[in-house]
Design a protein around this ligand. Structure first.
Ligand SMILES: *Cc1c(COP(=O)(O)O)cnc(C)c1O
Length: 492
């Protein structure tokens, strides 16, 4: 399987190169030349999660070696996760796919547990000997998941940039208390888009790349623009379908709809990939919060990022530039890279583009306002189940879809974060007074849910803050040079 840029079909690279580079030098994203077809579901149903992961990865990254991919899957989805890896809870014809049982309590763990292994295999394959710096822009969850995934991995440093006032208290604490000599966490005086644009800018700045290369380093990305993150996310949709089949919740070949709380469009795109590999999926529902760029886009065909970025209770979706949408545009036009490049150019210069003849009925989009989020949390809580604000956005959009269409196809909702990651919003939604102390909120939530607090949060208040640096978006290059400099001093 070869990969090419969404902005130039002739820029073809191997799987290893696509993973190691993260983004194409022309600013495009790497896409597979075709969608491989799944074998018969009957032959997949007895596979464990690890086996299924190795199988799917092998369809896309065969060149890294089947044995390597099996090893990587085993190492990634070990006892960091529960036995089922991604448990499913079904209430009233809606199934919640719990993707948050990894170390950092959000779905980003699913891909970031395996990406480091894929990256190492890619670098080996390419014979790349330079040290790697992983640049990460985070809207809250990717950061900690990358710190965990890459922790103490030889020859790789991770620098995480998070919007100073744009993440939840638990998210921030998880990151700034992270120990590990190869990890760096930096607050950016700006929002997520500033951080993400800064990182993308650095990736395509050839002069700066050269400057860093002279010091023995090269860059790679752990953001969802990296194809090595997208592909592992396909696995849990296939696995979910098989488990629903096994439990008799759906029948052979019956289709399901999937609702995904969406920010950078990575997670919902993985479901689209699964569909085009042959998984019986009908509609994909793209759920947004008040930052409803995508809802507007799917409704009108105009993508307009010229608006204020609002801070919501689902911070991991507070995004106006939804990077992976570029991949979808490429696929739905059968690889019309010129059209994609033109649209992306317009987004850059005019802050907007119009996509005519979208005419795609695979998708439905809806958004949830804050009160819709609260109501969804409270409604589901009254059914005996607790969801976090991101999942609540999806719940609202799913209900909106069902209300408007009457479609009773079984609905799978990607449940992307543990409610324990956002205790204040969950508590206020279910009518509780929110304590001032975050940790008190966690304890209260645990009582209300009658579920024990996850271990990784119990220790959080006792950890010391290790990362205090704050930079302006235009100082991101400087922050990298300082880190390289510092490392040199330590060695000297
Ligand atoms: C990252 C994230 C999302 C958005 O996922 P994308 O792949 O960026 O669309 C939704 N919910 C949570 C909890 C997240 O961490």
């Amino acid at each position: 399987m070869k990969y090419n840029s969404t902005r130039n079909k002739d820029l073809i690279v191997s799987a290893g190169e696509a993973i190691a580079r993260g983004i194409s030098p022309d600013g495009g994203l790497y896409v597979p030349e075709k969608f491989p077809k799944l074998m018969d579901l009957k032959d997949l149903i007895n596979m464990t999660y690890k086996e299924l992961a190795a199988y799917v990865l092998d369809l896309y990254f065969e060149e890294l070696g089947t044995e390597k991919l099996i090893e990587a899957s085993k190492a990634a989805y070990d006892n960091k996760f529960p036995d089922e890896v991604t448990p499913i809870k079904t209430i009233d014809n809606i199934s919640y796919l719990e993707l948050y049982h990894g170390k950092t309590l959000a779905f980003k763990d699913m891909a970031l547990s395996i990406l480091p292994h894929l990256l190492k295999a890619s670098l080996e394959k390419l014979g790349n000997k330079s040290k790697i710096i992983i640049l990460v822009a985070t809207s809250g969850d990717t950061g900690k998941a990358a710190l965990e995934g890459f922790n103490e991995i030889d020859g790789i440093d991770v620098i995480v940039y998070y919007p100073k006032d744009g993440v939840s208290e638990v998210q921030k604490l998880q990151m700034v208390t992270h120990a590990g000599a190869n990890t760096h966490v930096i607050a950016i005086e700006g929002n997520f888009d500033d951080a993400q644009s800064g990182v993308k800018d650095i990736f395509t700045d050839l002069d700066f790349k050269e400057q860093v290369q002279e010091k023995g380093y090269s860059f790679s990305s752990a953001n969802s623009i990296n194809i090595g993150r997208l592909i592992p996310q396909i696995v849990y949709y296939i696995n979910a379908y098989l488990r629903l089949l096994e439990k008799g919740i759906i029948n052979n070949d019956s289709k399901i709809n999937i609702t995904v709380p969406t920010g950078n469009f990575g997670n919902v795109l993985a479901a689209y990939y699964a569909k085009h590999m042959g998984l019986p999926i009908d509609k994909l529902i793209v759920a947004s919060n008040d930052n409803k760029v995508l809802t507007d886009f799917f409704e009108t065909g105009e993508y307009d990022k010229e608006r204020e970025l609002l801070l919501t209770s689902s911070p991991s979706m507070d995004i106006l530039i939804s990077s992976n949408l570029e991949r979808l545009l490429y696929h739905i036009t059968d690889g019309d890279y010129k059209k994609v490049a033109e649209a992306m150019g317009k987004l850059n210069t005019d802050n907007k583009y119009i996509w005519e003849e979208f005419g795609d009925d695979e998708f439905f989009a809806a958004y949830a306002k804050e009160e819709d989020v609260s109501n969804s949390i409270s409604d589901v809580f009254n059914q005996g189940y607790t969801i976090d604000p991101h999942t609540a956005v999806a719940h609202f959009a799913a209900k909106e879809y069902i209300r408007r269409t009457g479609d009773r196809t079984h609905m799978l909702i990607a449940s992307t974060a543990s409610p324990f990651k956002f205790p204040a919003k969950v508590l206020s939604s279910i009518g509780e007074v929110v304590p001032d102390e975050e940790f008190e909120s966690l304890k209260l939530l645990s009582e209300k849910m009658k579920v024990e607090m996850p271990e990784s949060l119990k220790e959080l208040p006792n950890l010391s803050v290790k990362h205090k640096d704050v930079y302006k978006p235009e100082e991101m290059r400087l922050s990298i040079l300082e880190i390289i400099q510092e490392k040199k001093h330590v060695k000297d």
